[in-house]
Design a protein around this ligand. Structure first.
Ligand code: HEC
Length: 160
């Protein structure tokens, strides 16, 4: 492939990536495996939760099957062992996870449990499909569980 063409193809791929993913960088760094593991998990969480919020807000058309599908995938993600990503010693490196997580581990775990419970309730309601008000209420409750944890344990910028 001529050089200029290769560049065009590359920039189209890069632009497409930016368009579907407002989340800055996803990466896997094998020297920081737990950090990469948790960041990848949160990226997948956001990729499923984001469109649900957009449907509730009316930014994209509400489609019941899709709503239920995202809720199912969110619930499936909560079956993974996310605490593996918060292993001892992983409070350093390329991360926005505040050191308070490791100082208040039981509280952090409670917030994670609250989040999982919210997601599982959301899956049950979304799978029924019809009660949009109930779905919207539970999407909001789930968003609150994200925020409750981020407010205390996620910094806005990289820490190190
Ligand atoms: C129990 C705590 C907790 C809950 C619940 C939680 N988060 Fe997070 N989230 C974090 C922490 C801590 C980080 C920072 C991870 C790091 O940088 O190592 C993070 C990072 C992220 C990131 C950035 C991932 C990246 O690419 O580095 C996104 C996006 C995100 N969370 C979205 C969400 C959404 C959406 C929800 C709810 C649907 C949610 N989170 C629920 C604690 C939480």
């Amino acid at each position: 492939m001529p050089k200029f063409q290769r560049h065009t193809v590359l920039s189209v791929i890069v632009l497409a990536g930016l368009a579907i993913s407002p989340i800055a960088i996803s990466h896997y760094n094998d020297k920081e495996a737990p950090q990469s593991y948790r960041q990848s998990w949160f990226a997948l969480i956001a990729a499923n939760f984001g469109p649900m919020v957009s449907m509730v807000k009316g930014e994209i058309p509400w489609q019941e099957m899709q709503m239920a599908g995202y809720a199912d995938q969110l619930a499936a993600l909560t079956t993974l062992d996310i605490m593996r990503g918060f292993a001892d010693g992983s409070d350093k490196g390329t991360t926005r996870a505040k050191p308070e997580i490791w100082q208040n581990m039981p509280d952090f775990q409670n917030k994670m449990e609250d989040f999982k419970n919210a997601v599982n309730a959301l899956k049950i309601i979304a799978d029924q499909g019809t009660d949009r008000k109930a779905i919207a209420t539970q999407v909001a409750a789930t968003g609150k569980a994200c925020k409750a944890c981020h407010d205390e344990y996620k910094s806005k910028n990289y820490l190190y």
